[in-house]
Each structure stands twice: as structure tokens, then as C-alpha cells.
Write a protein that binds this ligand. Sequence first.
Ligand SMILES: NC(=O)c1ccc[n+]([C@@H]2O[C@H](COP(=O)([O-])OP(=O)(O)OC[C@H]3O[C@@H](n4cnc5c(N)ncnc54)[C@H](O)[C@@H]3O)[C@@H](O)[C@H]2O)c1
Ligand SMILES: O=C(O)C[C@H](O)C(=O)O
Length: 337
Amino acid sequence: MVKAVVLGAAGGIGQPLALLLKANPLVTELGLYDIVNTPGVAADLSHIATPAKVQGFLPPDDGLKKVLTGADIVVIPAGVPRKPGMTRDDLFKINAGIVKGLATGIATTAPKAFVLVISNPVNSTVPIVAETFKKHGVFDPKRLFGVTTLDVVRASTFVSEIIGDLSLAPKVVVPVVGGHSGVTIVPLLSQSSHPLPSSLSEDSHAALVHRIQFGGDEVVKAKDGAGSATLSMAYAGAEFAAKVIRAIQGEKGIVAPSYVSLESDAEGAAALTKELGQELAYFSSNVELGVDGVAKLHPLGKLTEGEQALVKAAIPELVKNIETGVKFVADSYKATL
Ligand SMILES: NC(=O)c1ccc[n+]([C@@H]2O[C@H](COP(=O)([O-])OP(=O)(O)OC[C@H]3O[C@@H](n4cnc5c(N)ncnc54)[C@H](O)[C@@H]3O)[C@@H](O)[C@H]2O)c1
Ligand SMILES: O=C(O)C[C@H](O)C(=O)O
């Protein structure tokens, strides 16, 4: 029995994500929450002939508490998306408060749930959830995940395009580490399951790295003011959620990159910190999933000189983004004293 909950379920990501979760036969209950339209989305999805019982909730009448009651896994795509010319950090002002409010609801109603954060800027919203949980004395670093799967999905697609065979895309695996914005997105192309053509020029290689790092901008530009990636994100979010669900049901050996706490006693956390050469509270690396969430963090492994430089460039930005999230929660609690 698995109850999955989507917070922000009526949005551009929320609706197709809810559809894909409804289509997942392992999900037996699907709770949808948003500030608008969830009764309609839930009624629509509830006619699909799959096991999940679907219910939609709105803020009145304790909707957040009701949707979160009994939740095993909570996915959060609530918040505003970018418009052309904006960075993900520009979303912080609005999304930080939304995420903190939802995290407070989870901390008080479903503190043991596995929490998957999609709302941007992920590098800062994940620390916001963690700090909120800490304030409530319920933080378990193994149960909190920043969803970076879209970067991994993009890397698979773009590499298979360069190899010249899109049919390979589902099989191409490229670890993408760091975080989820610009230079913090670090694709380890030297570790691709399918090597790049040896004829690929240095410039084309650099362009590929850039395209993976800034793939989100491509979509924001093409949507021309109508938002950012929604369908590919829903696909990626559902993929990652499905892996977490399989792992918590006991399947072993599931590995996926995710932005997680390094301040955890999970195997490999200390070794990863050592590889990074400095303490970082959060980092995205290959994570082995288990019944309790993060079971093991994989090392970065052998990097090329270029990849080492990319990791080095990502670290100061991550430090700044993490600090912004931590400070937001600290300040907001100070303000309420
Ligand atoms: N992690 C990633 O890789 C990734 C990829 C794409 C988008 N995103 C981010 O996901 C977020 C959502 O994007 P979108 O395109 O779905 O936006 P959207 O505007 O289409 O949908 C967001 C939904 O959140 C709802 N919402 C707002 N405040 C809420 C609250 N307090 N409680 C519950 N729901 C609330 C809105 O009503 C809306 O339905 C954005 O921050 C975007 O940047 C992340
Ligand atoms: O680019 C964005 O703002 C949305 C998302 O983070 C993405 O990578 O597509």
C-alpha cells in the first residue's frame, strides 16, 4: 500500500505528474493538493482504471492536513515557474514561503514521509524543507530529496542525439552531480554508459555540457512567457518517485542521482565530502535507495580535468544557494518571536 501526495497538483507539472502517478500500479492512494482546481483534476484522474484511489483537496477545511494524513511519499511541484530573462534564484522570493508552508504541514502531519522537492530553486528549497523539519524536531536527512532527474533525462537525450541514435536515449545513463541550476549542474560525460563519438570536437563537447547545464533555458525561451518545463519534468519526477516507491517496498540496488543532505550517517556521505575537498550540507550524487530512503551515497569516481573544474565551479554557488535557504528559515522564525 503506497499513498503518494502531490502538492501543487493543479499546475503545469502537477497535473501530468499526477497522471503518471495514477498510472503507476504500485500507488494505491493518490492525494492531490493545490490552492485551486484539485477537485476537478482528481475527479478526472479517478476514472482511469488503475488501483490508486484519488482525492483532491483545497486549503479550506484543513485540506493540507487531510491530504497529508497517511502519506508515504510527498512530491512538491508547488510554486511559480520562470519567465524569459529570469534565473531560478529569482523565484526564491515567492517559492521559499510556499515551500516552507508546505514543509510545515508535512512536518506536523506526515513527518516520516519521503519528500521529493521539485519547486525551484531546488538548491535552496531543499534546505528550506530540512530547516523547517529541524525546527519541528523531525528531520531525517535520508528522507529528503531534491529532484534533479530532469538533468539526467536531458543528458541521456542529448548524448543519444550526438551519438545519432535517439532509440538509445532510454538506455543512456550519465551521472549528473552537483545541484539544479546553471553551473551547479555537472554532467559526468566521461562516465556515460554510452561513450561519445571519439570524433567529437572539444567545442562540441563544451556545447553539450552547456546544453545540459542550461537545458531549462531552452524550454523557458521556447515557451516565451508561458512557463518552464512541465511535461519533461513530470516524466522525470514520476521516474524518480517510482524508484523511491520501489526502493521503500524492498527492491534493492536502485541508484539515481538526487540532491540530498551530506550531513547524514548514510554510507558514503563522509567519503563524498572528502572527495569534494570541503564540507557542503547538500550535494547531488548517485544515491542508492533503500527502505529508509538514502542507503548509500556513491563517490564521484574518476573525473577528467574538465569535470574536476566543473565541480570546483559548482561548489561556491551551491554554498551560496544553501545558505540562502537556511537563512530564510532562520529569519522567518526570528520574525515570529
Ligand atoms: N526541479 C526541476 O527540475 C524543475 C523542473 C521544472 C520546473 N520546476 C519548478 O517547479 C515549480 C512549478 O512549476 P510549474 O510549471 O508546474 O508551475 P505552475 O504555475 O504551472 O504550477 C504551480 C502550481 O503550484 C500551485 N501553488 C501555488 N502556491 C501553492 C501552495 N501554497 N500550495 C499548493 N499549491 C500551490 C499553483 O496554484 C499552481 O497550480 C516551479 O518552481 C518551477 O521552477 C522544477
Ligand atoms: O528551467 C527552469 O526554470 C525549470 C527547471 O528547473 C528546468 O530545468 O527545466
